[in-house]
Design a protein around this ligand. Sequence first.
Ligand code: KE4
Length: 432
Amino acid sequence: MTSHNPKISNNESLFDESQKVIPGGVNSPVRAFRSVGGTPLFFQRGQGAYVWDADGKKYTDYVGSWGPMIVGHCHPEVVKAVQDAAAQGLGFGAPTAAELELANLLCKLLPSLEMVRLVSSGTEATMSAIRLARGFTGRSRIIKFEGCYHGHSDGLLVKAGSGALTFGQPSSSGVPAEIAALTTVLDYNDAAGLEKTFSATGNEIAAVIVEVVAGNMNLVTPKREFLEAMRALCTKYGAVLILDEVMTGFRVGLQGAQGYYGIKPDLVTLGKVMGGGLPAAAFGGRRDIMQCLAPLGAVYQAGTLSGNPVAVAAGLSTLKLVQSPGFYERLAQLAKQLTEGLTAAAQKHGIPFCAQSVGGMFGLYFSKSLPTSYAEVMSCDKEAFNRFFHAMLDAGHYLAPSAFEAGFVSAAHSDADIAATIAAADKIFAGW
Ligand code: KE4
């Protein structure tokens, strides 16, 4: 039971209780506020652009469950789709027509998808895509980029971003050296480094996996020459180019980052938005590669809950809503209003701060200039971010609880919400 001592926040008492039975009191490390300090919020409900914590305090939400809540919390059409699906059955472990509908929709929205397999998390999607690329090429080595996070499968948890970076443990313990040794970690946006590595070991490389827009070391946008080199080198050496669009898929635009930047992957991984907040994710791409998957081919991959009908219903409903005319123009406009307004407020008070957005995601940096690499992100003032995070939280605006995460707006955010957030920041900067 939680204490109802009015002197103690319910967040604190819930956190105290949770730490007794859940490691760190959370079911995913970045939620623990370890990077920003303080007691994590326990949310009791969300509606539109807002969430309420265990004390009933309201916040404007810029995390959105780390991206999925792109149409806002508890959108009536999504809730109804989930209720209707649940009333027909919570799971069958067998094919359903809804999975086929979602697979067809994904392939329609993303031209690079000739075939797709549904899974239950981004980690599953990237882990499976890597195994598939290794099975297809017969090679073992993979390339990832420092600061990029692709979920917590062993070979990818090497100099990762997000929670792994937040904790200053870029490489996790428990990952056998033999497995980590198969992962080459290069610098994001370093086309020359990529070319050098391919010219030395190109014929050993099974895959390159990349976040086209990096969103797990805060937000870092790709340089054109970096993307072009990646595509050309993978083609030249027969390596599989995997675009990890778990975060950017249907977030930066209807065709994801691959459409936004015009880069064609061999495989793509998806999650977050495509599940509408429920556990649905996917990987897919070239038919000749996907047909190596069991039961057709020799690469095994499976999942009890893959294509779960309730999660699929949430995803289908969300993906129908994001196709409404002007959806992404409006989303990008909200994110741009926010980043420009926060930057103007900081500059007015002489605070080294900048911000940027790509579609409906954004990055905030206590730095004079926008970071274009992991090293530049690491030189931003993390303590200043932490101070800003808590001041904004006290004012009722919930930003990602880490200097190494991107933020998200939803279609439910209004101009007034954005203006109120900017006004709160302006007040904080005035007293900085
Ligand atoms: P999940 O296994 O958490 O569903 O997805 C892993 C993943 C894969 N690829 C990218 C580009 C991702 O951003 C993620 C997960 N993102 C983090 C937030 N930066 C999830 C939040 C968390 O770990 O609790």
